[in-house]
Design a protein. Structure first.
Length: 125
């Protein structure tokens, strides 16, 4: 699987759900920047998740659909779980949150790597 294609699919999933997060944040508090701030504060952890998921490719988990969905989940995490910098002040909560979210991402990529995506032309290898 091509690295640039995997990154593009991850970023596309992140962008699609990120746009939804920004719109929902605007509907909630009528501020455009709050959604972008949520996504921006969580960007370093999202990059870490991407590289950890990329490492799974060496173990046979090579789902392009899984990376697309994982990118979307990474964009939704700050809206669903709160801002990461808040949890970094309490390291025990940050570690639990990161382990839980990474576990969910690994599960998603693993399950979707087993699904035949021949009917989804965007996600064919």
């Amino acid at each position: 699987m091509n690295l640039s294609r995997v990154a593009l699919l991850f970023l596309t999933g992140y962008g699609v759900v990120g746009l939804i997060v920004v719109i929902v944040a605007w509907l909630h508090d009528h501020e455009w920047f709050s959604g972008f701030i949520m996504l921006g504060l969580s960007a370093p952890v999202t990059v870490l998740y991407f590289f950890l998921l990329l490492a799974l490719r060496h173990f046979g988990f090579q789902s392009q659909l899984g990376m697309f969905v994982a990118g979307g989940l990474c964009a939704a995490f700050p809206a669903l779980c709160g801002f990461f910098p808040v949890y970094f002040f309490r390291l025990k909560y940050a570690i639990l949150l990161i382990i839980g979210q990474m576990g969910l991402l690994v599960l998603i990529v693993t399950v979707l790597s087993r699904i035949n995506t021949k009917w989804l032309p965007l996600f064919r290898g």
